[in-house]
Design a protein around this ligand. Structure first.
Ligand code: AMP
Length: 744
């Protein structure tokens, strides 16, 4: 045990052959094989800036008039098939230009610097270079800006490549809910690398062990490779196509396909191709950053003729904000780039939401709730508004869809397709229909159900239910669905209608069936004593507390923004610190004594949605059984990385023994929250220099229904801090003193 766990900890790099962190461009590994470096005489003359400018102005004009017509409907990538070979057929591009492509430049011009514009097909290397620059960038805004520059070039030069560029940037092959995943086994990749480079497996394994990054090892191994023939350069859509093929096949052919592409990789292409296959790109671009970059690229594309790209952010602030909101809202109702990307290329952004409507079979983002710390806060937030309280069931969120063909799909909170997990629900899905319906989407919570006692069972019971290949006759844990919302009915989206109307339609079309389908127990009241009493009843009814929702005003189903129209009021709020927090595990500390051989403590962080970074909030070592620690060490051991991500904010005194990818979210409770000189959570919100930390944090459970971006965010941490009685009382005293000081 000791041995295997030791490997999670950061390697001491002495004697390591492969650098732990990716190298900067200047020192980036260069392939210096004879075959690959074109003879000096053949190299195109490098032009002066001025010369290049004049030529590019000419090219841009002709490009704009002939090839680049982003307003017309783009053909699907499949329509114009390009094989990796095709890049060779057009005029050669200078190696310097390719190697030095840098979309982070202040002076970046989307046409002038898109060195592939003559061919109209994006080289994979341009994307790899973009990733490389982003990986070396510290600030989130700069990362987004760099990606947007690349996207802008693609939109103007080779719009058909925008869709694969987007998918490759978030390492997806298709919409998340389709479940087409890469994640090729390390050994398969290692074998392909060995075959292509002539290195032996043991060497590749040991280097990967040291660096924790097979991508870098692959890139470095390519350096030493000498080739008889130089394979044709790769293009982006060809690589994307290959990755899709790799995901669909299995066995030996998988390795062969990987090998075919890998041998053609140049420079950092190898690093990112391998990382894509592993399923971890490590560039820190997640969905929200990607959407922001796309929106920014659209605005840059619209104004690149009259404004330098690096000034667009300042000059067109409002347009960027509007485009971003429109894009994010559309993505929430239609999380499918296959639909969105062609639409943004073809239509005005203002039409996007109607061009990409929600429809059954495609999960939309679920509306989330804000925590509160007691009934008084409900009154503060909703005073004077018409509200309803619903029991908050402790189970699994389920968005249940029925499409025109009558097919039922069930999606989790993270939009994963859970249909196969609940064949029993599908079998009885007709039972709760009252009035004939063609299509619908309902929002609900599935809970474990005690058939004999006719009562709700705790979440822990539900979590023992099988996830895959569930045979209806072998189901041991029965479930009941508590429906709380209706989002779509008979071809009509209801998300912009107020809850009172949605609920009316829900009750009109559906009915309760004992132990199968129930409506969430609800009480419409504005009397806070009644709310308090209802909260206590919900706890007696085995629920977590209440969800308090607006009925008429500000009562639409909010998916893009973090809404405050749903508040959760949990039973824990009755104790000192209201809600538990859902925190991301960033790193692990070696265990001592009884815990030797496993991680004994962990560094946790909240997520700052504003800056898209993880901010350290506490170290935790309490609440774990020995078994928990073993399980965590094993699962987190698979996510060890060689160093902290650029978007981890922490104090160097907290440096853990091993850093992890931000993959696990834990529910944690604490005694209280205090200002901290070391931790960085919510820094700048409550105090400019100090963050917030948790006192006496305790592990409760893994939240595998939450992705790390859905962890408690910095603003929520700040709200929790501020709503503590001591803090409030202190603030009152301070305000009182301020007022008094005005008089004296
Ligand atoms: P939390 O996971 O603590 O952020 O609480 C929000 C979750 O409570 C939602 O994602 C649902 O899965 C669940 N939930 C249970 N009952 C309700 C309800 N009546 N309305 C909305 N969400 C509910």
């Amino acid at each position: 045990m000791q041995k295997s766990i030791t490997s999670f900890f950061k390697p001491k790099t002495e004697g390591a052959e492969v650098p732990v962190t990716p190298k900067k461009e200047k020192s980036a590994p260069k392939i210096i094989t004879k075959e690959e470096s074109p003879p000096e005489a053949k190299k195109p003359k490098i032009k002066s800036e001025d010369e290049e400018d004049t030529e590019n102005i000419k090219m841009e004009t002709s490009q704009d008039e002939t090839k680049v017509q982003p307003k017309t409907e783009p053909k699907s990538p499949a329509a114009k098939k390009v094989t990796p070979m095709q890049l060779n057929s057009a005029a050669p591009v200078s190696q310097e230009e390719e190697e030095n492509y840098d979309p982070s430049m202040e002076t970046y011009h989307p046409l002038k610097h898109a060195y592939w514009k003559a061919k109209g097909v994006t080289p994979y290397l341009a994307l790899a270079r973009t990733f490389q620059v982003i990986e070396e960038t510290k600030g989130r805004l700069k990362m987004i800006d760099t990606l947007s520059n690349f996207f802008c070039s693609v939109m103007l030069v080779s719009p058909e490549d925008l869709l694969p560029s987007v998918y490759l940037s978030i390492n997806q092959l298709a919409p998340a809910y389709e479940g087409l995943e890469l994640g090729v086994a390390d050994t398969t990749l290692m074998k392909a690398i060995c075959k292509a480079t002539g290195r032996n497996l043991a060497h590749i394994k040991s280097q990967t062990h040291l660096t924790g990054d097979l991508g870098i090892v692959a890139e470095q191994s390519r350096v030493s490779q000498r080739m008889m023939f130089r394979p044709a350069p790769l293009n982006l859509r060809g690589v994307f196509q290959k990755l899709k093929e790799v995901a669909k096949i299995s066995g030996q052919s998988k390795m062969t396909l990987v090998y075919d592409v890998f041998v053609a990789c140049r420079l950092s292409e190898a690093r990112f191709f391998i990382r894509s296959l592993i399923g971890k790109l490590r560039i820190g671009i997640a969905e929200q950053s990607l959407l922001t970059a796309l929106a920014l690229a659209l605005v840059k594309k619209n104004h690149h003729e009259e404004c330098k790209l690096n000034k667009v952010g300042d000059v067109y602030k409002d347009e960027i904000a509007e485009t971003t909101l429109l894009l994010k809202t559309t993505y929430c109702q239609c999380p499918n780039y296959d639909i969105i990307i062609p639409a943004i290329l073809k239509y005005d952004i203002k039409e996007l939401s109607t061009r990409c409507p929600m429809h059954p079979g495609m999960p939309l983002r679920p509306m989330l709730a804000q925590p509160t710390k007691g009934v008084h806060e409900v009154l503060e937030r909703f005073g004077g508004m018409h509200i309803t309280c619903e029991w908050k069931y402790d189970g699994e969120r389920a968005q249940i869809h029925c499409n025109e063909q009558g097919e039922i799909s069930i999606f989790s909170r993270n939009s994963e397709n859970n249909t196969a997990k609940y064949p029993d629900l599908i079998a009885r899905s007709k039972n709760f229909i009252k009035k004939p319906v063609e299509t619908y989407i309902i929002d609900s919570e599935i809970v474990a159900w005690d058939v004999e006692r006719k009562q709700i069972l705790p979440f822990q019971v539900l979590s023992t239910r099988k996830r895959k290949n569930v045979d209806i006759d072998e189901i041991k844990v029965q479930v009941c669905v508590y429906i709380f919302d209706l989002l779509y009915i008979n071809g009509m989206a209801l998300v912009t209608k107020p809850l009172s109307e949605r609920r009316k339609l829900l009750l009109e079309h559906f009915q309760e069936v004992e132990g199968e389908w129930k409506f969430a127990t609800a009480l419409n009241t504005n009397d806070m004593d009644e709310v308090q009493q209802f909260l206590e009843e919900s706890v007696k009814g085995n629920c977590e507390g209440l969800m308090v929702k607006t009925l008429d005003e500000e009562a639409t189903y909010e998916i893009a923004k973090r809404s405050r129209n749903w508040l959760k009021l949990k039973k824990d709020y009755l104790s000192n610190v209201g809600d538990s927090l859902d925190l991301v595990v960033l790193g692990g500390y070696r265990g001592k004594g009884r815990r030797t051989g496993t991680f004994g403590g962990f560094l946790l962080a909240c997520y700052d949605a504003e800056n898209e970074e993880y901010q350290s909030i506490c170290k935790i070592g309490t609440g774990f059984t020995d078994e928990d620690l073993k399980v965590h060490s094993e699962s987190l051991g698979k996510s060890v990385i060689s160093g902290p991500k650029s978007y981890y904010r922490y104090d160097s005194s907290l440096e853990p023994d091993a850093w992890f990818e931000p993959v696990q979210v834990w529910e944690v409770k604490c005694a209280d929250l205090s200002l901290s000189p070391i931790h960085r959570a919510a820094i700048g919100i409550v105090d400019n220099e100090r963050g917030i930390s948790l006192r006496f944090p305790r592990f409760i459970r893994i939240r595998d229904d939450k992705s790390s971006e859905n962890a408690t965010d910095a603003q929520q941490v700040a709200n929790m801090y501020q709503s503590q009685d001591q803090v409030k009382n202190n603030q009152k005293i301070c305000t009182q003193m301020d007022m008094e000081s005005e008089f004296y």
